[in-house]
Design a protein around this ligand. Structure first.
Ligand code: IPE
Ligand code: IPE
Ligand code: MG
Length: 228
């Protein structure tokens, strides 16, 4: 028996810089092409019947990059959010954003709020954008929220209920592109029983076919959850 299609797929979209380097282009050209891959992947996920797609777009550690790359990424993000909001109306996508608002430029926050509001009642694919996201920070945030409520003892359910997106189920499948095989501070709590799929493909080259490959691999995994 193969596993059914996952409800939630999460992707670490890596390799934009290397894609650009291979072509002797500036890193930002890789990020631009990466934004096109995001578009393709969202459409493919919706067509496949995936309900939740988490996309790791910017980590809390990515602030350590050169300022011009950060500025370029934030600018691209604003443009992508506009396109996304237009698309979302036609295709019924909903947007969620996971991460901290701290340090994000006001222009980005405005676009995010607009997109969140405009798509809140959509019932199709939920795209959860992990932006200025760090999993350790997310867990600490959950614990601090619970402490502020006066909790003396904290259960696993308490933590799950106070993560950034408590209504989003844990991902059955986590994909990372570009050949790197690490989590880089992504979904540490939620990944406890996720299946991992590492693809050598650089993110700007990712497409429906590559997503299908990951799903095919996932379908063949034996998920035991500690049992026999
Ligand atoms: C992923 O691509 C995008 C972000 C982290 C913003 P990278 O920019 O990390 O690309 P590489 O890893 O340098 O190739
Ligand atoms: C992880 O990629 C973050 C995103 C894809 C947004 P990085 O390129 O930042 O990860 P490391 O530094 O190689 O671990
Ligand atoms: Mg990288």
């Amino acid at each position: 028996m193969s596993n059914p299609i996952p409800t939630h797929v999460a992707i670490i979209m890596d390799g934009n810089g290397r894609w650009a380097n291979q072509r002797r282009l500036p890193r930002l050209a890789g990020h631009r092409e990466g934004a096109n891959a995001v578009q393709r992947t969202i459409e493919a996920a919706q067509a496949l019947g995936i309900k939740f797609l988490t996309l790791y777009a910017f980590s809390t550690e990515n602030w350590s990059r050169p300022q011009d790359e950060i500025d370029g990424l934030m600018d691209l993000l604003c443009k992508t959010l506009d396109t996304y909001t237009d698309q979302a109306h036609k295709k019924n996508y909903r947007l969620l954003v996971s991460g901290s608002r701290e340090k994000l430029p006001p222009t980005v926050l405005e676009k995010i709020d607009k997109a969140l509001q405009a798509t809140a009642n959509h019932t199709g694919l939920t795209v959860n954008l992990a932006l200025n996201y760090g999993a350790r920070q997310e867990i600490v945030h959950a614990v601090n929220t619970l402490l502020a409520q006066g909790k003396k003892a904290i259960s696993m359910d308490d933590i799950s209920a106070h993560l950034y997106q408590p209504a989003v189920p844990d991902p059955e499948l986590i994909i990372r592109t570009s050949g790197e095989e690490r989590l880089s501070n992504f979904l540490l709590w939620q990944a406890a029983y996720s299946e991992f799929y590492f693809s050598p493909v650089l993110w700007p080259d990712f497409n429906a076919q590559e997503l299908q490959k990951a799903l095919d691999a996932y379908a063949q995994r034996t998920r035991r959850f500690g049992g026999v």
